[in-house]
Design a protein around this ligand. Structure first.
Ligand SMILES: NC(=O)c1ccc(NCc2ccccc2)nc1
Length: 245
């Protein structure tokens, strides 16, 4: 998977892939990151990339040039990659969209700053816009890093068996089960006995029951969307019986 990121702050984005799981994935060649800085493509000696908005109003708007030249340079290097603009008015990033992006070999992520980008560039060069939530950030770099992290985790080999993404919440449309580690006691709170039993089938059933129950409690909308099998419904009934009051 190759990410081409167009950003005025390349060092910010490289920070994501320098550590831990992502850093190892880059070292192993599973993930590739190339950044493109529009300031390197500006014609004027002040490397101007923004200007005041027509119609007046606060803030600045990113100019068509040198952004368009930068996008075309990235397209030339990352042939046939979709150009994705991170923007508050984009389509909401969710599991299905992450999984779809993980099918691409390359994506170009366009990070806006200021009040955004001249609309004519969006019309001409952007294939899709994505939003990570209903809030405005100082730039598209953090949303781009969220996209890269979520997508990279699905690239085969990035997560070792131990951290397998399939155990991740949302992988099967449910919230995650609770997790525990040593010590066995914290004050008067003990780890659920089933997790100490060594009975892997019982542990798997308990984890599914917890995931179903917690999803019902915290995100019933997800459960409605996903539906539950008869066996899962029985586990849910058990969960509810155990969580009365
Ligand atoms: N919610 C998001 O995903 C998001 C994306 C970008 C961003 N800031 C940059 C920007 C501001 C205005 C217009 C276009 C881009 N803030 C939040």
């Amino acid at each position: 998977m190759r990410f081409d990121v167009i950003t005025l702050f390349p060092e910010m984005v490289h920070g994501l892939l320098g550590h831990g799981v992502m850093g190892r994935a880059v070292d192993r060649g599973l993930i590739e990151l190339v950044t493109w800085n529009p300031r390197d493509y500006s014609e004027d000696r002040h490397a101007t990339v923004d200007d005041r908005p027509y119609g007046g109003g606060p803030g600045m708007v990113m100019k068509v040039e040198p952004l368009r030249t930068t996008i075309r340079a990235a397209r030339a290097a990352a042939a046939a990659a979709p150009v994705i603009y991170l923007s508050p008015d984009g389509e909401r990033l969710d599991g299905p969209r992450v999984r779809r992006l993980a099918q691409d070999r390359r994506v170009i992520l366009l990070c806006g700053r200021y009040e955004g980008i001249d609309e004519r560039l969006i019309d001409e060069e952007v294939d899709q816009s994505l939003s990570i939530g209903d809030y405005v950030l100082s730039g598209g770099e953090l949303p781009a890093m969220v996209v890269m992290d979520a997508v990279a985790r699905l690239v085969p080999g990035v997560l070792g068996h131990a951290e397998s993404a399939s155990q991740d919440a949302f992988a099967d449309g449910l919230l995650d089960c609770p997790h525990y580690t040593r010590p066995e006691w914290i004050d008067d709170r003990r780890v659920p006995a089933v997790l100490l039993s060594g009975d892997h089938q019982a542990v798997a059933r308990w984890r599914l029951k917890q995931a179903l129950g917690r999803t019902l409690e915290k995100r019933p909308d997800l459960l409605d969307q996903r539906g539950v099998s008869d066996d899962e419904q029985a586990l849910l009934d058990e969960y509810r019986a155990g969580h009365q009051g």
